[in-house]
Design a protein around this ligand. Structure first.
Ligand code: ADP
Length: 435
């Protein structure tokens, strides 16, 4: 059996912790990587892949959890020891190559040797060996800008392995390359793994790259949703259960362990962000920023519904959001309905009434048609979800299932939206019971 080389447990990472722009990038991330793995971390942009890689690299510290690399607990190391760990054990490759434009290729590659105090002669010799290995030695005296993207990335790889680390971490290494160069670079990473025995962990948003790996780690919204382990033939031999956590549960997780004061500070901006995200589609960044700010004021009752409408309607030059009259009307009505139902829900003890109120409001806001039987069934399912008798995944399935088969018979196109709005209302109502 292979030995575990990287063991990550329950990692939580929040950027700007304790500030109003706090953002939790990783939620309870747990995963092991074994010696000799070619691990691929796959997920959309912003899901936390680089953050995770940076933790393994010793460049970022999570606020909780544990990180063992070669049995060493990174969170227990002193700053100096962590820097040394990074230099000795980790080779890093970046999408943007990160080469120094004024140094020639040879000096770029030998740079990491300076930090471990190697003399120039040894450095140059070792650097030349790396360039030979990667087939770019004839470019040793050129500066990076004289070379193609694929060649520059090979320099990046040469630099990453010059100190002979056992672990190579690659962050979107072929993100800037055409398909031919991309394939060359992937071949090189594959050789490092299969012939030199290096453990490679690569981050990508491109599902096609998973064919290179034997351990595929799927990520979404700061969480690992699935892990696949493949045999030598590339067939999946083990697969973890797909995790589906509701946005509201994630939200609760997000605040776990924070003090009441911290929560209060984070709550309204978080709610405003979610509201705007769900209600807006084609707006400019500046409009979204103003909307978030104003909705935050509305949630904290600094402004009333008429004032919010006026701001949405007012031009951007005059400090408003610049919506036309009709859109401003529609948005402010939706926001008021959501705030009203959230307030009622927060004060309602009976989970059936709660479920009914939420569903009825969503159907009104979205202008969806629903018959009484469907609404009754959905109410029953949502009540069970609130009472933790149904998991998120089961709830979703039941909404979709036909009435004849015991489901709520929702049009499958609206199921996700309904679930998103349930989460949104739960989020807005969070903490309102004390008001
Ligand atoms: P990925 O690599 O999957 O694109 P990242 O790990 O880079 O994702 O980022 C995850 C989330 O954390 C993103 O929403 C990003 O905006 C945020 N983030 C990353 N780095 C920082 C930082 N230094 N400060 C604040 N937020 C950050």
């Amino acid at each position: 059996m292979s030995k575990k080389i990287i063991e990550l447990k329950d990692l939580n990472l929040t950027y700007n912790l304790g500030q109003s722009n706090a953002f939790q990038a990783l939620h309870a991330v747990t995963v092991d990587i074994e010696e000799g793995d070619f691990a691929i971390i796959l997920g959309p942009s912003g899901c936390g892949k680089s953050s995770l890689l940076n933790i393994v690299a010793g460049l970022e510290l999570p606020e909780s959890g544990s990180v063992l690399v070669k049995d060493k607990n990174l969170l227990k190391l002193k700053e100096k020891e962590r820097v040394e760990y990074h230099r000795k054990e980790i080779g890093m490759i970046f999408q943007a190559y990160n080469l120094i434009s004024t140094l020639n290729v040879l000096d770029n590659v030998s740079l990491p040797q300076i930090f471990i105090n190697k003399g120039k002669k040894v450095r140059d010799q070792r650097s030349m060996e790396m360039l030979n290995k990667l087939g770019i030695s004839k470019h040793a005296k050129k500066v990076p800008s004289e070379l193609s993207g694929g060649q520059q990335q090979r320099i990046g790889i040469a630099r990453s392995i010059i100190n002979d680390p056992q672990i190579v971490l690659a962050d979107e290494p072929v993100g800037n390359l055409d398909s031919v160069s991309s394939n060359n670079v992937m071949e090189i990473l594959n050789n490092l793994n299969s012939q030199e025995g290096k453990t490679v962990v690569m981050v990508t948003h491109n599902p096609e790259h998973t064919s290179w790996g034997n351990r595929i780690i799927y990520m979404k919204d700061g969480e690992i949703t699935k892990i696949e382990i493949k045999d030598k033939e590339g067939n999946i031999k083990k697969e973890s259960k797909e995790k589906e956590v509701s946005v509201f549960d994630k939200f609760i997780n997000h605040f776990k362990g924070l003090s009441k004061k911290q929560i209060q500070m984070l709550l309204e901006p978080y709610k405003a962000k979610h509201l705007v995200e769900k209600l807006t589609t084609n707006f400019q960044e500046s409009q979204i920023a103003t909307m978030e700010q104003k909705i935050k004021n509305r949630l904290s009752k600094k402004i009333n519904s008429e004032e919010l409408f006026a701001i949405l309607d007012k031009s951007q030059e005059d400090g408003g959001v610049g919506l036309d009259f009709r859109s401003a009307k529609k948005f402010s009505q939706e926001i008021e309905s959501l705030i009203n139902v959230s307030t009622s829900v927060s004060k309602e003890q009976d989970s059936k009434t709660k479920a009914f109120l939420i569903l009825k409001t969503i159907f009104e806001i979205k202008n969806y048609k629903i018959d009484q039987n469907s609404l009754n069934k959905a109410t029953e399912f949502l009540m069970k979800k609130f009472n933790k008798e149904l998991k998120n995944k089961e709830f979703k399935k039941l909404l979709d299932l036909s009435l004849e088969d015991g489901g709520a018979g929702f049009d499958s196109r609206i199921v996700n939206t309904v679930i998103e709005f349930i989460d949104l209302i739960q989020i807005i109502s969070y903490g309102l019971e004390d008001d």
